[in-house]
Design a protein around this ligand. Structure first.
Ligand code: NAP
Length: 352
């Protein structure tokens, strides 16, 4: 049996960090070795510093690990970064400069032209940017890859297969986003009980830009972004987990409803340990998907889609739902790391 690669987590005590630890427990290829957090946690054991808020109990393997600062060196082969964007940018670059592959969940480097914004089912060839990035930034064996924003990834897993077959022309999306998307403690309870917040700072810009890069074509060391139009309106709602999105789409070649359903009902995922069997699950019932009922489909790694119907302004409209801290964050990062491993892009694999 191959020796597992050692991994470190920056931001291990947070909402996404806890999910990451849960998903990496008993992982076939990775073993969590080092944990980083902020100054007020440093020196404490994980169980002392972390208020565990994920379902189930804190995994035993992590309880006694000490928390340390988020500066290299770490005694690991791979870094997961789930840091707040206020510090993620320079911290991730310092690890890449020190020779570590960095799998980032933060927004800072997503749109950088030499950084892959990766979704294994959609654009694995964007990993060709890694040598471009290493050369441009003088990184040696280190590099940064990123996963999309939690709203974008659910949307793009549905849009990508449709774009491939029918061609996207215009997309409008109205989101109803869960509270856990704002980290902990997030939105004050008095702001969100009996209420909907019609503004999430920076979110609409991310949802309008990131899909164009993800669906872009890799060509001569660059991504040529796709050029269909997206309009996003984002809202925070009183739901714990699961982002619901109401989507309207105009295509280059308008499909019939059954053609549309056939494409969405046949979205296979990829052959990686954390991948669901299907990246998209089509639900026929007219009142689905719903966050409470459908967010854990495919262990939180599948996107649910339903209510497909003609639209009097665009061609079709439908609802989709993604688990924001699993497929939208920690699970997406683990899947990206698994793709790096499978493609033997982690230097440490040569030693294993
Ligand atoms: P969070 O719950 O606020 O956790 C932040 C983590 O970073 C904690 O471990 C915290 O450690 C640590 N940290 C804070 N300031 C630090 C500093 N100056 N130096 C070192 N460590 C520091 O945040 P989150 O919701 O997990 O989000 C993490 C990242 O993922 C963010 O960039 C966010 O935008 C992104 N993201 C989140 C979601 C989601 O659904 N929540 C989805 C997609 C992407 P302490 O415990 O010591 O304070």
């Amino acid at each position: 049996m191959n020796k597992k690669l050692q991994v470190g987590i920056l931001g291990a005590t947070g909402t996404v960090g806890q999910r990451l630890i849960q998903l990496l427990e008993n992982h076939p290829w990775f073993e969590v070795r080092e944990l980083g957090a902020s100054d007020h946690s440093i020196g404490q054991k994980y169980r002392e510093a972390c208020h565990w808020r994920v379902s189930g109990s804190m995994p035993k393997f992590v309880q006694e690990l000490p928390l340390r600062n988020c500066q290299p060196p770490f005694g690991v082969d791979l870094i997961f970064s789930v840091l707040p964007s206020s510090i993620a940018g320079p911290t991730e670059l310092s690890f890449a400069r020190a020779g570590y592959p960095v799998v980032s969940n933060s927004k800072n480097h997503r749109m950088a032209e030499d950084v892959p914004l990766l979704v294994p089912e959609i654009n694995p060839n964007h990993l060709e940017l890694i040598p471009v990035q290493q050369k441009k930034r003088g990184f040696g064996s280190g590099f940064v890859i990123t996963n999309p924003n939690c709203t974008t990834i659910a949307l793009i897993l549905v849009l990508a297969p449709l774009d491939k077959v029918f061609g996207l022309q215009q997309v409008s999306v109205v989101t109803m986003q869960a509270l856990s998307g704002a980290g902990y403690p997030g939105v004050p309870s008095l702001d969100i009980i009996d209420n909907v917040l019609p503004y999430i700072e920076g979110e609409e810009e991310k949802v309008e830009l990131e899909p164009l890069k993800i669906l872009g074509k890799y060509q001569s060391g660059k991504i040529i972004c796709s050029d269909f139009k997206i309009s996003a309106q984002c809202h925070r709602v009183n739901v714990q987990e699961g982002h619901l999105e109401a989507v309207s789409v105009k295509f280059n070649q308008t499909p019939t409803k059954s053609q549309l359903i056939e494409v969405l009902a046949n979205c296979q995922s990829v052959d990686l340990p954390s991948a669901p069997r299907k990246s998209v699950i089509y639900l026929e019932s007219p009142d689905r998907p719903q966050p409470r009922l459908d967010r854990n489909l495919g262990s939180g790694m599948s996107v649910a889609v339903g209510r497909i119907r003609p639209c009097s302004v665009f061609d079709y409209k439908f609802e989709l739902l993604g688990h924001n801290t699993i497929r939208g964050a920690a699970g997406a990062a683990v899947l990206n790391a698994e793709l790096l491993y499978k493609k033997k892009l982690l230097m440490a694999q040569q030693k294993v």
